[in-house]
Design a protein around this ligand. Structure first.
Ligand code: 5AD
Ligand code: SF4
Length: 440
């Protein structure tokens, strides 16, 4: 029996898919790359932008014939999109090929939902509005032996006015520090050297708990674990990034010097309308503080262009912020109205053409800066974790720097995979660095 999982969206979803894979394997299923040959196909969906939703409907729609030819095949759809009534109703009514609909708060129930369908139930919908504090620790099928994701906080309380996440992932719930430390110790004993801590806003870790610890305290505890060579985390909210965090990162060699700090806009007026709770000056002050304490910090960000009411002058402030900060990299998005969020109700929506013009102008500027910043690395020696064969060419390995930059190196020996080695950079583009292996 084979399974195939299709994942959309962020790392939280990728990590949930690892847990789904773990459960399916314990039921006796094996992973297949070929969805047509699968006995069960699971969709883990995203709804952060309209495009993500359209992709899911398109892909589920394309399976109609396959399901007609093979009625025994089970199609299950879960993830953030299923936490909203609209998409659930549409899937249920217009896509009879879907057997199971489940939510983000009850992924642990998937095996029993599959069994219900196998034992004759026609179609099942089981979506919880909240997690009821019941989600057990689920074994993950990790993408490799040496890296792992670890969730530290679920949900988000920030209610940025454009964002659907708090509406579907619920309010912030931190995991107790001891549970996280235990999990990481087990992972390290199992060969993991590189972990990424996950949360919609890791900086508010611990604030919802009675105990008196915060995110920097958690990092300091984890940094003490022998054999744990790299601790990464995402995502940080600029309003909550503390001096204590910067000092903790600066002090510990095994904490990544990468700050992914989504700014969204360079205009204080738009930031206020977005309910981001910081302004341009605060953000620029943070960047200075990070660079004063950690000169080689890699700083990346997210931008949304075309937020309702964004004028040309607001957009120019975004462009000027890009020039001022000189980010290593930025994810750039055109604003996508999400039903149920305050921004979607605003009258002054920007036309699609204008949003895309601004998006292109922003991408052009950032790509040029990424190129220039990466060029400065040529001739330098940096530590990289060798992740595996390069997707494009098996004669090369892909590796990641401390700042998460992709570094392509010659595939010398398989023994390098899973180790941190030194590479000398000899070529650099906006997205990728190329290097040679030094003394390994
Ligand atoms: N439209 C466009 N981009 C969005 N993001 C979140 N919501 C929206 C939306 N409605 C972007 C933000 C966030 C990233 C994960 O997705 O930039 O940081
Ligand atoms: Fe969405 Fe804002 Fe929460 Fe990020 S911090 S998940 S953008 S509401």
């Amino acid at each position: 029996m084979n399974y195939h999982i299709i994942t959309y969206g962020c790392q939280m979803n990728e990590h949930d898919s690892e847990k789904i894979a773990g459960m399916l394997e314990s039921m006796g299923y094996q992973e297949t790359d070929d969805h047509a040959g699968a006995d069960i196909i699971v969709f883990n969906t995203c709804l952060i932008r309209k495009n993500a939703e359209l992709k899911v409907f398109g892909k589920v729609g394309s399976l109609k014939q396959l399901k007609e030819d093979n009625p025994e095949m089970i199609i299950a759809v879960g993830g953030c999109m299923m936490q909203q009534k609209g998409p659930v109703d549409e899937l249920y009514q217009k896509y009879p090929q879907v057997d199971i609909i489940f939510g983000t708060h009850n992924i642990h129930k998937l095996p029993s939902l599959i069994n219900q369908v196998k034992h004759g139930e026609e179609r099942v919908i089981d979506v919880w509005e909240e997690d009821k504090g019941l989600i057990p620790d689920l074994p993950s099928k990790r993408r490799n032996k040496f890296q792992a994701w670890v969730t530290i906080i679920q949900g988000c309380d920030n209610y940025c006015s454009y964002c659907i996440v708090p509406h579907v992932r619920g309010s912030e719930r931190s995991r107790p520090l001891e549970d996280i430390v235990d999990e990481v110790k087990k992972l390290v004993a199992d060969g993991v050297i590189d972990i990424t801590l996950l949360g919609q806003n890791v900086n508010s870790y611990g604030l919802d708990l009675d105990d008196d610890y915060d995110f920097p305290d958690l990092l300091s505890e984890l940094a003490k674990i022998n054999g744990l060579e790299k601790i990464k985390y995402m995502t940080s909210h600029p309003k909550d990034l503390s001096d204590k965090l910067i000092k903790t990162v600066a002090r510990n060699d095994n904490i990544s010097k990468h700050f992914h700090l989504p700014v969204q806009s360079g205009s204080s007026r738009i930031l206020k309308a977005m309910n981001r709770k910081y302004d341009r000056e605060h953000y620029l002050g943070l960047i200075n503080k990070i660079r004063d304490n950690i000169p080689d910090a890699v700083i990346t960000t997210d931008f949304i262009v075309g937020f309702p009411g964004e004028t040309e002058s607001d957009f120019e402030k975004t462009l000027s912020l890009v020039e001022k900060v000189r980010f290593d990299m930025a994810y750039t998005f055109a604003y996508s109205p999400r039903e149920g969020t305050p921004a979607a109700k605003k009258a002054d929506q920007i036309s699609s053409e204008e949003k895309h013009r601004r998006l292109q102008a922003l991408m052009d500027k950032q790509n040029q800066i990424s190129y220039e910043v990466n060029q400065e690395l040529i001739g330098k020696e940096i530590d990289v974790l060798v992740e595996g064969e390069s997707k494009k060419d098996p004669d090369y390995f892909s590796a990641r720097s401390d700042g998460n930059k992709l570094v392509i190196i010659p595939a010398k020996t398989k023994k390098l995979i899973g180790n941190i080695i030194t590479a000398k950079i000899n070529e650099a583009g906006s997205w990728t660095l190329y290097g040679d292996i030094v003394n390994n």
